[in-house]
Design a binder for this molecule. Structure first.
Ligand code: HEC
Length: 145
């Protein structure tokens, strides 16, 4: 009887160890600003470049430039909100008006928005702090990752 118990213990221990090795490695997203900006460059290409251009220069009277731009290097909450809601305000941006409409990009994940904003805040001559997924979550609210 004791032998049976021992065999049972060894079997379950073996299964336990095997199960541990089968767990997929937890996918962690590198949180350093450099890694975030690098991912953000990819998001920028697909989501923003067509309007704000590769060099962030925008298009005169249509799409604002993202450099020498007070908002881009200013309060994170404001630009997070613009990416989430879009912008059709027709208010002057550093003294200029832009006639195009920016659509909402709320379909992007908090991490993607953090990455693209970290990218633009560290590119085109900008030198502002990184934006994190937590920052985006705080503005968006709700449960979206
Ligand atoms: C369809 C063209 C278009 C796309 C795509 C687009 N934008 Fe815009 N963006 C605009 C326009 C136009 C404005 C200004 C709207 C206005 O003046 O009402 C703007 C405004 C902004 C502003 C605010 C600038 C300021 O100084 O207040 C930021 C920041 C910005 N866009 C970032 C982004 C990012 C990041 C993406 C990609 C995720 C993106 N935009 C995609 C056209 C676009």
């Amino acid at each position: 009887m004791k032998k049976m118990l021992l065999v049972a213990i060894i079997c379950s221990a073996t299964v336990y160890v095997w199960a541990q090795t089968q767990k997929p490695a937890k996918k962690s997203i590198a949180q350093s600003p450099a890694a975030s900006a690098q991912r953000g460059a990819g998001v920028y290409k697909t989501e923003c470049l067509s309007c704000h251009q590769a060099d962030g220069g925008g298009v005169p009277h249509l799409n604002p430039p993202l450099y020498e731009n007070t908002d881009v290097v200013g309060d994170k909450k404001k630009i997070i909100s613009i990416v989430l809601k879009g912008m059709t305000d027709r208010i002057p941006i550093d003294g200029e008006y832009y006639g195009n409409n920016m659509a909402s990009h709320a379909n992007l994940t908090n991490q993607q928005i953090a990455d693209v904003l970290t990218y633009i805040r560290a590119s085109f001559g900008n030198k502002a702090s990184a934006v994190t997924a937590e920052d985006v979550k705080a503005v968006r609210g709700g449960k979206k990752a």
